[in-house]
Design a protein around this ligand. Sequence first.
Ligand code: SF4
Length: 282
Amino acid sequence: MAECRVCFRHCQIAEGKLGFCGARTARNGVVEAYNYGRITGLALDPIEKKPLSRFYPGSRILSVGSFGCNLRCPFCQNHDISWSEEAKRWADTAETLDPDALTRLAEETRSRGNIGIAFTYNEPLIGYEFVRDTARLAKARGLRTVIVTNGTAELSVLEELQPFIDAMNIDLKGFTDDYYRRVLGGDRQQVMAFIEEAVRHCHVELTTLIVPGENDSEEEMRALVSWVSRFREPDGESLPLHISRFFPRFHMQDRRATEVGKIYRLADIARETLDYVYTGNC
Ligand code: SF4
């Protein structure tokens, strides 16, 4: 058995088997990324779609994803590459692209408004070695680098990545340990520690998906923004927060989409404390 120390789960992985996330394996007693360079999605997206609203607005970014996830959000919109049975098949079928080839593709699309590479779609940190190697090359070639993440990783992972990353969108999916543990299979404390450290190194925006009956109280939003307001960008502004609407998907079909009025109300509450609050999927 080899212990993976990328996230709070600390999986014990038997030789040749996969960890909980389906993206890491053990070879010769050492844990490595099984999904290294294995690509399930590649698209030139508007930067606002990440979402990032205050980082090169109006630009586009080459967005790349692999497979696997260390959370179990029942409403996942990317379940085909994250943690469904279908997603597991990518372990055998995903095509590979090495960091140099991906970086060259990013350079070739500069003329179409591309500013760099975004690691997104599935959870990038569970395959952080590919992110690190690609981002290092991309930075050396004058490209911008972005991670879209659930923030569920040890700070040692962030330490390896931070020299090469310009911006992150990090999910802060709610503000109770119970919601993270019971509904998402996550660890809010690890996410909070990750955010706290990330803001010291790069531009950070946060995203909260509001799920009816779970994390939609005004009280919880007030607690969340109160914590977020302690962090400042170098220009003194608070971190941008994206408040997004839930739609019934995947394993969570027992409730309706979040009411638009609820999103607007929570956004108004957040604006009492934060400088930039955006609503999504409304
Ligand atoms: S990154 Fe994957 S293998 Fe490693 S501890 Fe987390 S879930 Fe387990």
